[in-house]
Design a protein around this ligand. Structure first.
Ligand code: IPE
Ligand code: IPE
Ligand code: MG
Length: 256
């Protein structure tokens, strides 16, 4: 199913966000503060992923999307990149059974063609094995970039509908949307970035158009249920207007 843009209607921001998207940042600084190698921060970050997944399931979040490796992270030292790949493989091998038991559907989005064949196979198997789960969809963005996503969607749309190549002015947002990597999910309601930086770093550029943004100084390995609740509390205090006035929003919310 392709979701229509969440900006078309006014979702109920008073409740729990339906889709939470997180940039898990600060692993290296968490480790450096403890005089440990950066990779120790990444290992500890896996525990935070586990805790956050469980906390989201417990709170009724339907979609959790985690930025694990950006298209720019290849610029890091080779040994850090290969450790991150090994960690990814380990998590997929160890956690998929638990995901099955917990009703979690796993999706991996990004340019997986750059990964070694064994990892690609593991990704495919993990997705297949959890495909029929419905409690929460956990999406891992790996070798993902927002610009890559818009480009790959444009190419896929033109491959599928070549007639659009000669009718550029007629192309609408809803023509492109089904080809975006996250077309299976509604747009994120809440974006969280840990680690103190206040930037998007080429995460979901198209999909974050009207997402509520939340930044915390907490490093990712320290993130979990407590920090998540702080973010939700901030989210619940927001008024999502999507271009409308406050009075219009109040009227719609008051309507039966
Ligand atoms: C996020 O933590 C993990 C990845 C990008 C894979 P960092 O490794 O970016 O940690 P800092 O920002 O250097 O502290
Ligand atoms: C963003 O973190 C990517 C992930 C968390 C996977 P970075 O730490 O790589 O971001 P920049 O480069 O500092 O913006
Ligand atoms: Mg970082």
């Amino acid at each position: 199913m392709t979701h229509t843009s969440s900006t078309d209607t006014i979702p109920d921001a008073a409740g729990t966000p339906q889709h939470v998207a997180i940039i898990m940042d600060g692993n290296g600084r968490w480790a450096a503060a403890r005089h440990m190698p950066r990779v120790a921060g990444h290992s500890k970050g896996v525990d935070a992923v586990r805790a956050t997944v469980q906390a989201c399931v417990d709170r009724g979040v339907e979609y959790l999307t985690l930025f694990a490796f950006s298209s720019e992270n290849w610029r890091r030292p080779a040994d850090e990149v290969s450790l991150l790949m090994r960690l990814f493989i380990m998590v997929l091998e160890r956690e998929v059974n638990q995901m099955r038991a917990n009703g979690i559907r796993l999706r991996v989005v990004g340019d997986v063609s750059a990964f070694e064949p064994a990892l690609r196979k593991l990704i495919e198997q993990s997705q297949d094995r959890t495909a029929n789960n419905h409690k929460m969809t956990l999406t891992i963005c790996a070798n993902y970039g927002g610009r890559w996503d818009v480009l790959q969607a444009t190419r896929a749309m033109l491959d599928a509908r070549p007639e659009l190549a000669c009718a550029g002015a007629a192309i609408s947002e809803s023509d492109l949307a089904p080809y975006l990597a996250m077309s299976f999910a509604p747009e994120p309601d809440l974006f969280i970035r840990t680690g103190g930086e206040q930037r998007i770093s080429n995460f979901l550029l198209w999909q974050l158009a009207y997402t509520e943004l939340y930044f915390t100084d907490a490093f990712w390995p320290d993130f979990g249920a407590v920090e998540l609740d702080r973010a939700f509390e901030s989210y619940r205090a927001r008024e999502r207007r999507f271009g409308r006035t406050s009075a219009q929003v109040a009227m719609q919310t008051a309507a039966p």
